[in-house]
Write a protein of this length. Sequence first.
Length: 133
Amino acid sequence: MSIWEYVSRTEKVSVSDDIQTGVVSTPKTSGRKAKPRNAFHPDHPQHETHLVRLRSPLVPVLLGPTISRDGTPEERESWCRAMLILFKPWRSRADLKTVGQSWKDAFEHFDFPEDAVRVMRNINVLHECKDAR
């Protein structure tokens, strides 16, 4: 799951909240079906205190520096890096690209899901709208 998908489709809940509502200990027999939950990796500092629960998808709001546009060669390299970080599943930099490989090359060799391609197009449209002002 990419970081974009993770942020848009999951939420962190405390284990005690789930125990208090009875979700972990006893399955509900009526009402809304409980959403799937998963534990954090055993090495994660919140492994024993929190779970990750699926939720209805939201649109993440990116905070921080503006993502560069897909324009000049210098901007293209930065843009490819940002898109890989957002839309390719990874745990370490080695999952994003190989040593010596350019971000552009890694981007061009990854098969992005259609949803990710749509968001990338929308990011570019946002840049075009800002340029038109």
